[in-house]
Design a protein around this ligand. Structure first.
Ligand SMILES: N[C@@H](CCC(=O)N[C@@H](CS)C(=O)NCC(=O)O)C(=O)O
Length: 208
C-alpha cells in the first residue's frame, strides 16, 4: 500500500492527503513532523522535508507537485484532478503554483520568527514575504470572484481549488494577519465550500 509521510499541519502534505482521499486511493500515513524529528525527515527525503510518498516497492517520491503528478497519472485522465492537456491544464498548474507560492512565502515568514532567536528576526524581510503571499492570495481571490461561485477551473473541484483552500485554512491558524475577515471574500467562500467536503474533513488541520 502507498504510504504518505507528513502531518496535516503541513499544508503541502494536507493537499496530497485530501487529493488521495477524494480519489479513493488507499494509503497509510506516517504523521511525521520534521521539526520534531529532523533525522527521520532526512532519512526519508534527501532534503529533509514533507510530504514524501512511499510506493509499494519502497521507492520514495518527494515534492507535493511531483507526488500529485504521479497520483494523477495513476488514476488516469478521466479521474485526474489536473486536466490532461491544453488551456485547462495550464490554468490548473498556474493556480496551483500561485497557491503553493503563497505557502512557500508564508512558511518562510513563519520560520523567520519561529526558527531564529528574537534578536535575529529581520522584520523588513518578513514583511516582504508577507506581501508576496498577499499578492498570491489576491490573484486567487480575483480568479474565484470571476468564477461566480463555481470552482477555479470548472464545475468540479480540482487540484487548484484544493491547494487554495488548504492554504487559506493553514494561514488562518498560522498567519491570521494575512487573511483577516472580508479581505478575500470569494476565496474564503471557496475555502468554506471545500472544507465542508468529506475528504477535507477527513484530514483536519492539526493544531500547531
Ligand atoms: N515545495 C515543497 C515544500 C515542502 C515543505 O516546505 N514542507 C515543510 C513542512 S510544511 C517542511 O518539510 N519544512 C521543513 C524544512 O524545510 O526544513 C513541497 O511542495 O513538497
Amino acid at each position: 500500500m502507498l504510504k504518505l509521510i507528513g502531518r496535516n499541519l503541513s499544508p503541502y502534505s494536507r493537499r496530497v492527503a485530501v487529493a488521495m482521499t477524494l480519489l479513493d486511493i488507499p494509503h497509510s500515513r506516517e504523521y511525521l513532523s520534521v521539526t520534531a524529528d529532523p533525522d527521520r525527515g532526512l532519512e526519508v527525503n534527501p532534503v529533509g522535508r514533507v510530504p514524501v510518498l512511499e510506493l509499494e516497492d519502497g521507492e520514495r517520491l518527494i515534492e507535493s507537485a511531483a507526488i500529485l503528478d504521479y497520483l494523477m497519472e495513476l488514476v488516469g485522465p478521466a479521474k485526474s484532478l489536473i486536466p490532461p492537456h491544453g488551456r485547462a491544464r495550464r490554468d490548473c498548474i498556474q493556480f496551483m503554483a500561485i497557491g503553493s507560492g503563497v505557502l512557500d512565502k508564508s512558511v518562510n515568514a513563519i520560520y523567520e520568527v519561529r526558527r531564529r532567536p528574537a534578536e535575529k528576526v529581520h522584520e523588513p524581510w518578513r514583511q516582504h514575504l508577507l506581501r508576496q503571499s498577499a499578492g498570491g492570495l489576491a490573484a486567487l481571490d480575483a480568479r474565484a470572484a470571476s468564477r461566480a461561485g463555481a470552482w477555479l477551473l470548472n464545475d468540479q473541484i480540482g487540484m487548484a481549488d484544493i491547494t487554495a483552500a488548504v492554504a487559506v485554512t493553514f494561514l488562518r491558524v498560522m498567519v491570521p494577519e494575512l487573511v483577516t475577515e472580508g479581505l478575500y471574500p470569494a476565496l474564503y467562500a471557496l475555502t468554506e465550500r471545500a472544507e465542508a467536503l468529506p475528504p477535507f474533513q477527513a484530514h483536519p488541520l492539526e493544531k500547531p
